[in-house]
Design a protein around this ligand. Sequence first.
Ligand code: ADP
Ligand code: MG
Ligand code: ZN
Length: 623
Amino acid sequence: MDMKEKKPAHQGPDKNSMKPFLYYYLIVVVVLMVINALGFSSLFQREVREVPYNELIRQVDEGNISMISKDDNSLVFIAKDEQGRENIYKTGIWTWPDEALDSKLEEQNVVRVAEIPTEPNPVMNALLSWVLPLVLFVIIGQILSRSLAKRMGGNAMTFGKSNAKIYAENETGKTFADVAGEEEAKEALKEIVDFLHNPKKYADIGATLPKGALLVGPPGTGKTLLARAVAGEAHVPFFSISGSEFVEMFVGMGAAKVRDLFKQANEKAPCIVFIDEIDTIGKKRDAGAMGGNDEREQTLNQLLTEMDGFDGRKGVVILAATNRPESLDKALLRPGRFDRRIPVELPDLKGREAILKVHAANVKLSDNVDFNSIARATSGASGAELANIVNEAALRAVRMGRGIVLQEDLEESVEVVIAGYQRKDASVSENEKKIVAYHEIGHALVAAKQSHSAPVHKITIIPRTSGALGYTMQVEEGERFLMSQEEALNKIATLTGGRAAEEVIFHSITTGASNDIEQATKLARAMVTRYGMSSHFGMVALETVTNQYLGGDSSLACSPETAKEIDDEVVEMVKQQYDKAKKILEENESKLHELATYLLEKETITGEEFMQILNREEARGDC
Ligand code: ADP
Ligand code: MG
Ligand code: ZN
């Protein structure tokens, strides 16, 4: 991340957090007492040396003494030592008055004073040993508390004042060049960039640009990235806040944050306000729900009010992102608010290739790297996943002790993203391995023996951390948008091919097919309820998709009787395809054996190897 000037918008003293500081002061006092008890205060005093009386006589004889004082039972004098430094000495009184000494002192002009202070002035002493450290501690404490408050994003207790982490960036440093693919979205956003560059052009002609644009699409498709790129292209400040930040403990806080956000944005116009994950506050307000969420509703109302209230011509553009557009309150979507909706879809083949290239721009690549083949193998992957694939590949290259990334690194990292890391240490028994090999060849063989199936790209029986004991990778030649009924049925057959092989060869079945079963059922169900591909129901929608961008959950929209019929239809459909797969495998049993044996030995085989063995056998056998 290259966030410049990333800072929470508010800081301030925190009444509530004064409590910990009480403890803090207590600790300070204790520490000071210890320091004093250990006598560190003598550091601030001049050292006084106790010497015998004849030392005094000797010093007088040598003429070292410059000053002397006498009290009731001791003499204190200042004398130079060998290095010429002046020290304070103290000695007891031997004979007094000592006339011999007296006259010598007289001779040498030694200053006689009432008292040579052996301790510094008590006020100074206290100042040095108590007050100064205390002041120091207080200053440090103050600095600490301020930075703490800063880090916590301001204050939690002051009502009406926002502590939302509103991030303000003067330059996001991102441009449209950082966003690969998504041409339509970029096109739609270019107008906004132009408007921010030159609001006057629009004002002169009397046009008002939409106040807000809503970026909708699945997670990881670059919505946040696009919003930042708009700010970067327009060279305007970027205020961003995540919807979840609005959800607060105290009622009224969310609304205050919204007010605050817009106030700041107005001061900095032209600028961009970005509300990420707006669905957290923008959910439909429904009357019926138990009590509802007052806080969220208030926040949303405030947002709507602010959007209506501010002057669109000033150059504040509001962008928001969500992956659940269907759950948004209609009020948010009406004209004058987020009336422009910009879809940010999963990248297509060309888009994926472009995204891979953008993220590989700073990666050292070998010449043989073919992004097109990687893009083909990652159908359905989001931009974030593709970015991750490139990075994983670079990490793998480093792990292998190489200086550049090879095609095999990228291929392996695709598999890591799909199926997890290889588990070389996993102890799979020989028998299990054999079953897995036949299972995977079963998939591949059924796929290959049907028309309209994606070619087999790779088959492996190396276990993965995801729990998969092996898998067959099929890669389409190009991008597919439509699937015919025949293709869908063939796909179900391919999915059941693994289990079918187990039954044909071992006459017993294992749990290894659970994922296949799930996928086959899902597809069959969708064919019946959504794609109108069953003879019985025809073109009737029996399910509605509720969460288009998040897994695509669907809910039934039919009577219980119909639901039962649907189930029957799905069961029948899968069964038919299973039988078809079994038939294919029985007809090609010798090839199944040969391929499975080969796979068992190699553990991983490519699509070409697979096809070679398959065709070789065919040439000798059938024809
Ligand atoms: P979203 O907000 O849609 O969930 P992000 O914008 O946070 O997705 O994307 C996450 C990361 O994925 C980005 O930081 C970027 O590295 C990568 N990414 C996603 N889409 C693209 C794209 N179209 N071009 C380049 N990188 C992308
Ligand atoms: Mg995002
Ligand atoms: Zn399988």
